[in-house]
Write a protein that binds this ligand. Structure first.
Ligand code: OOG
Ligand code: NI
Length: 452
């Protein structure tokens, strides 16, 4: 890269901080959530020096305080394709395809995120990005009206478009251009109190699906939440009401475990915000919330199958339960899921990254030995690879708790990855391949060092 240019990682870091500051001023409860998470994290580390040491060992401290993800929803293929170019400036590429129609929500999604180890360590910020699927709306009139409203808006500033083109042609941005890019790009994610439609149109779209109104009726795809990382989500959930927040009913994802897997999430519910509709009518719109997440190890396809099966089995038994009971039953069902790192490795349920220990670096070349033996001899250590992606069932739970349970079975079972990639004008990367490749590379370099 031209030395006059700022790295994409640096631009992403600036952007995520600017986004956080903007969201805190737009949604003051989000600032309270950040304070709560920070407090819980500090207490957790004080009480658990081993965890603190592990985090510092793995160089995790500096990124503990930064947001992990945000989410937006867009309305057209052009908007999605332009976002792909905007996120590329910040080293974020589309990873994973999520079909939310399965859960009665008329969108499909990807996560724009960094993929390299160093980039993730620098700042893991990612944006869960959903594309509205107007084709799933049955009423011709409503579908056409929505398409027309969307066609009339441009969610990007001229400055953002120019700087994206400049980045692409010169393959980088200078410090000054990067700062301008951040502030221009931020405009796309800002909240607008003024709807672009009148109250009747809003209500008609809202009646079809609340998400459709949220996407179609505003000038831009306001960031709808940001999500810091907590080290103890159960405690954070418990304290939310005391801090004046209304948490969603249950924590999504797997139960609490010795070896955390995938992703656990909860949120405070979306706020009702005053909105001005065309024709000077006052109303409200409910869209924006705050979320927290706790991440564990990435699972292999085999591990994921087991997760999905157990989650499916738990669903009948947890229906309608309050969080404490829900978690208890979930833990019971998940007792079938091995909960030591050695078992997760041996049974190939989760991904690990291998590296030599100090003793391993000093050791003479050994003959053939399997990796578990090398770990036992203290020559190699295995580190769980953190899951960096999302879970469609959890995402649906988050969507629904913020859309007042609105769900439409008519949308069901409509995965269409090809259509999504056509809109994106690009392919989405396969997250499992990314984890497998990291594991394979680290495994090979360790064996090579020890076995010559
Ligand atoms: C996105 C919901 C999904 C998550 O953390 O699973 C999500 C949305 O509400 O737009 O952010
Ligand atoms: Ni989220």
């Amino acid at each position: 890269m031209n030395p006059a240019y700022v790295s994409p990682d640096e631009i992403r870091d600036r952007f995520s901080k600017a986004m956080s500051a903007m969201y805190q001023s737009e949604v003051p409860q989000y600032e309270t959530l950040l304070e709560l998470v920070d407090q819980v994290n500090r207490e957790t580390l004080e009480r658990d020096p081993a965890l603190a040491e592990r985090l510092s060992n793995f160089d995790e401290f500096n990124r503990l305080g930064v947001e992990r993800h945000g989410a937006i929803r867009v309305g057209t293929a052009d908007e999605l394709a332009m976002l792909r170019r905007l996120f590329a400036v910040m080293g974020m590429v589309p990873v994973g395809y999520y079909d939310l129609s399965e859960a009665g929500v008329p969108v499909h999604s990807t996560a724009f995120r960094p993929v390299d180890d160093e980039a993730l360590a620098y700042n893991p910020f990612r944006v869960f990005t959903s594309l509205l699927r107007l084709e799933l709306i049955e009423s011709d009139t409503l579908r056409e009206r929505a398409a027309k409203i969307l066609a009339d808006r441009d969610i990007f500033t001229r400055g953002a478009r120019e700087l994206i083109a400049q980045y692409e042609s010169q393959d980088g941005l200078t410090d000054e251009q990067a700062d301008r890019f951040v502030s221009e790009a931020l405009e796309t994610f800002r909240w607008h109190q003024d709807a672009t439609v009148d109250l009747e149109t809003y209500e008609a779209l809202q009646a079809e699906h609340r998400l459709i109104a949220d996407v179609v009726c505003f000038r831009g795809p306001h960031i709808n939440h940001l999500t810091p990382r907590t080290l103890n989500i159960d405690e954070a959930q418990r304290r939310m009401p005391q801090a004046g927040m209304n948490p969603k009913d249950v924590i999504e994802g797997p139960p609490r475990r010795n070896c955390p897997i995938l992703l656990r999430q909860t949120s405070f519910k979306a706020l009702e915000e005053p909105t001005r509709f065309a024709g000077e009518r006052q109303g409200t719109h409910t869209a924006r919330f705050g979320e927290i997440e706790q991440r564990g190890v990435a699972l292999t396809a085999k591990g994921r199958e087991l997760y999905d099966r157990l989650l499916g089995e738990s669903r009948r038994r947890t229906a309608g339960l309050a969080n404490d009971e829900h978690q208890r039953v979930l833990a019971e069902v998940f007792s079938e899921f091995p909960d030591t790192e050695a078992e997760l490795r041996r049974e190939k349920l989760a991904f690990f990254e291998y590296r030599l220990t100090e003793a391993g670096r000093q050791a003479d070349k050994a003959g053939r030995a399997d990796i578990e033996a090398l770990i036992e001899q203290g020559l190699v250590e295995a580190r769980p690879i953190t899951y960096e992606d999302f879970l469609p069932i959890s995402a649906a739970g988050i969507f629904q708790s913020n859309l007042g349970g609105s769900q439409n079975d008519a949308y069901e079972g409509n995965a269409n990855r090809d259509a999504f990639e056509a809109a994106l004008q690009g392919k989405v990367l396969d997250e499992l391949e990314l984890y497998a490749e990291r594991e394979r590379a680290s495994y090979q370099s360790v064996l090579q060092a020890l076995q010559g």
